[in-house]
Design a protein around this ligand. Structure first.
Ligand SMILES: N[C@@H](CCC(=O)N[C@@H](CS)C(=O)NCC(=O)O)C(=O)O
Length: 211
């Protein structure tokens, strides 16, 4: 039987409350049942541009984790670190087909998930200078593809939730905040509900549009 490792002291998660990239890490830490503390980084106030923060992540972005001296930035890289260090095979199966599929999902998460629902939400919530219509178009194209996939399979890879689901979840679940309706995609909504039913699930806080 796999004995799960545990950190010697709580893992520090540098995050922003409204960041989906941060949420995917918080969600996975919670699903793993690991002790962690959240450190809110004031992005508006520029705390992520301080020398101290840039020493943690030269890109000045959240999330970053500090696991008792091991510092990792980039949400998908952090998911891999946590799965490999604390999660056993469960979240990151090592057969070739699963590894390939996981990389495809990480690319989806860093590509159309960010540029579609992620970008649309940034326009609605933070008035980001991005093309809202283009972002909504990317989101609907992506969701049409995912709808087909989740009509046939319960999870992104195999018959259980994996890092692929965790990487994709947060910005898709919050697509309506960016003006992207999820109602036309019932299989995608059923998948979101399956993630939300996982033991240890924590939601990202809902955010109101900029006025
Ligand atoms: N590839 C990075 C992207 C992270 C990212 O875009 N973080 C945003 C918040 S969601 C950020 O920190 N923005 C502040 C900035 O870039 O100045 C990851 O997956 O962690």
């Amino acid at each position: 039987m796999h004995m799960q490792a545990t950190p010697s002291a709580p893992i520090l998660l540098y995050r922003s409350k409204v960041s989906g990239h941060s949420h995917r890490v918080e969600l996975f830490l919670s699903l793993l049942g690991l002790p962690f503390e959240m450190m809110d980084v004031d992005l508006r106030g520029g705390a992520n541009r301080s020398d101290a923060y840039l020493a943690l992540n030269p890109f000045g972005q959240v999330p970053v984790i500090d696991d008792n001296g091991t510092v990792v930035y980039d949400s998908n890289a952090i998911l891999v670190y946590l799965a490999r260090t604390y999660g056993g095979e469960r979240w990151m199966p090592s057969d070739v087909a699963s590894q390939v599929a996981l990389q495809q999902w990480f690319s989806i998460a860093a590509g159309p998930v960010l540029n579609g629902p992620g970008a649309a939400r940034m326009v609605s919530l933070f008035r980001a200078p991005l093309d809202h219509e283009r972002a909504k178009g990317i989101a609907h194209k992506l969701f049409a593809v995912l709808e087909q996939g989740f009509s046939k399979a319960a999870y992104a890879i195999g018959d259980e939730a994996s890092l692929a689901d965790i990487a994709a979840y947060s910005y898709i679940a919050h697509a309506p905040e960016g003006g992207v309706d999820l109602a036309p995609y019932p299989a995608l909504c059923a998948w979101l509900a399956r993630i939300e039913a996982l033991p240890g699930f924590v939601p990202m806080q809902r955010a109101a549009p900029a006025t």
